[in-house]
Design a binder for this molecule. Structure first.
Ligand code: PLP
Length: 376
């Protein structure tokens, strides 16, 4: 990459490209497990990586300001953090966050590997008490989400990271909802940042991938060792597609955020909407923190439909441009009533809450579709 000081909008375009004369502009797909051996050379993709993995890791590392290790999924990245902690580590984790991560933490607790202290991570006092309780040992790991999935809460990242470090607690931040363009947790002092690359970073809902980024050489070695032996090595096609998708992250996110801000405002005035959760709305509980900590408010909205679970489900059934689907962060707008999943319902997600991943479509078309789905 250029040695000029670059803004993130340029880093997404320039990072992770071959540089030698005659090389292609983008690292090609390398569909190989082993590579031909020779003097001092004998490699295999799961143990040694490949140029395709390295190119993506260079770009993702540059964006978050650390060294990236890419995994076969976001969950594989999360597993690499939890499963490499010493036995009986104490983890402070969200009571309401991404259900997959919480289920993994619970499974590890059931096996006796870790002990969990679940807290509302948007409640600063509760997190501080869990990090260092009066009647128990200090925690070992604090797991945060920059914006919680799907309640769209915003924890006070900088304050919590500083408090955790005073107790030597390792802080890992799932920054999937904010992307490195809106928040760089390593700059706030976090030890590890995790992304589901599946979402905004790759941006087209056509692959599954995850990444961990850290400034600690020791943690990078640990994560790469776990990837090698755990086997969650990213696929060649996925690496190529992720890097290709990453090139447009800045323009996609810019458009998605403009659409989201507009739609959040319109939804909050709609008579069939009981509540809108979007940190860009001045009366949202996360507004002050998001304004202080993020460069943009993101493109994830959760809104609660006035009425019953069936009323909210009917809205998801009626959308025609927007797609009723799980997942988020791609160019296409998606809605999902999250409490349809037992995991989300059990963590207190309202039955009428619809998570809305806002895409890049024309905003008037999106509003027309939402309005008709809401029964206007
Ligand atoms: N973190 C968040 C916030 C997510 O929304 C998801 C997936 O929905 C994950 C992690 C897991 O990522 P993946 O599906 O790539 O394994």
């Amino acid at each position: 990459m250029s040695d000029l000081p670059l803004h993130p909008e340029s880093v997404v375009v320039a990072a992770g490209r071959p540089t030698a004369p005659g090389e292609p502009l983008s690292t090609p797909i390398i569909p190989a497990a082993p590579f031909r051996a020779g003097p001092g050379y004998n490699s295999y993709v799961r143990t040694d990586g490949s140029a395709g993995i390295a190119a993506l890791e260079e770009a993702l590392g540059a964006l978050d300001g650390g060294t990236a290790t890419v995994f076969a999924s976001g969950m594989a990245a999360t597993a690499a953090v939890v499963q490499t902690r010493p036995a009986r580590s104490v983890l402070v984790v969200p009571t309401a966050g991404y259900w997959g991560s919480l289920s993994l933490f619970n499974a590890q607790q059931q096996l006796g590997h870790v002990e969990l202290r679940p807290v509302d991570i948007t409640d600063t006092d509760a997190v501080l008490a869990a990090l260092h309780p009066a009647d128990g040992p200090s925690a070992d790991v604090l797991w945060l989400e920059t914006v919680t999935n799907p309640l769209i809460g915003v924890p006070d990242l900088s304050l919590l990271i500083e408090a955790a470090h005073q107790q030597d607690v390792i802080v890992c931040v799932d920054a999937t909802f904010t992307t490195p363009l809106n928040c760089r947790p390593l700059d706030l002092g976090a030890d590890v940042v995790m992304h589901s690359v599946t979402k905004y970073l790759s941006g087209h809902s056509d692959l599954v991938q995850g990444v961990l980024i850290t400034r600690s050489e020791e943690l990078t070695t640990t994560f790469r060792g776990h990837r090698m032996l755990g086997g969650a090595v990213p696929g060649a096609l996925e690496c190529y597609l992720s890097l290709r998708g990453l090139r447009t992250l800045a323009v996609r996110l810019e458009r998605q955020q403009v659409n989201a801000a507009d739609l959040a405002g319109r939804l909050s005035e709609h008579p069939r909407i009981a509540r809108v959760r979007y940190p860009g709305l001045p009366d949202d509980p996360g507004y002050e923190r998001a304004t202080r900590l993020f460069s943009g408010y993101g493109a994830m909205i959760s809104f609660e439909v006035a009425g019953s679970a069936e009323d909210a489900a009917a809205v998801c059934d009626r959308v025609r441009l927007i797609t009723h689907s799980t997942s988020l962060g791609g160019v296409e707008s998606l809605v999902e009533r999250r409490a349809m999943w037992e995991g989300d319902a059990s963590m207190g997600v309202p039955q009428t809450l619809i998570r809305f991943s806002v895409g890049i479509e024309n905003v008037e078309d999106l509003w027309t579709d939402l309005a008709q789905a809401l029964g206007e």
